[in-house]
Design a protein around this ligand. Sequence first.
Ligand code: PRT
Length: 109
Amino acid sequence: MSDFTLNDLADIVARRARSGDPGSYTAKLIGKGIAKCAQKLGEEAVETAIAAVERDRAGVTSEAADLLYHLCVVLEAADVPLDDVMAELAGRTGQTGLEEKAARPKDPQ
Ligand SMILES: N=c1c2ncn([C@@H]3O[C@H](COP(=O)(O)OP(=O)(O)OP(=O)(O)O)[C@@H](O)[C@H]3O)c2ncn1[C@@H]1O[C@H](COP(=O)(O)O)[C@@H](O)[C@H]1O
């Protein structure tokens, strides 16, 4: 089992985003703004979903890695710490997914 965590990746992304290194893909992408970062996240999500439907295990592995990386980039661009997301998830562990859904604020119609 790999001991590399999502926290490690988020730390790398945060460091590279602020590096100003012209050789950094992360710094370049963040420099293009949050809309571009979000577009990449959406693309990787769709590519992961397609690989899953095609039962392409290697594809899912590779696309899910791209997806998690691009999620870290969007969290960085949105100034939302990964810790906050994990705390949100931790707070949901005492209830089922359907209970959590029922407890969400309703959208105004
Ligand atoms: N995990 C990743 C990672 N996963 C995916 N990618 C990049 O995300 C891009 C995926 O987008 P596409 O497949 O659409 O490729 P593309 O056509 O080149 O993308 P665009 O030109 O449209 O942006 C590729 O360029 C990948 O290299 C990543 N880039 C960086 N990392 C991590 O971030 C670290 C720092 O990277 P730099 O910021 O480049 O130093 C690396 O050491 C890795 O740990």
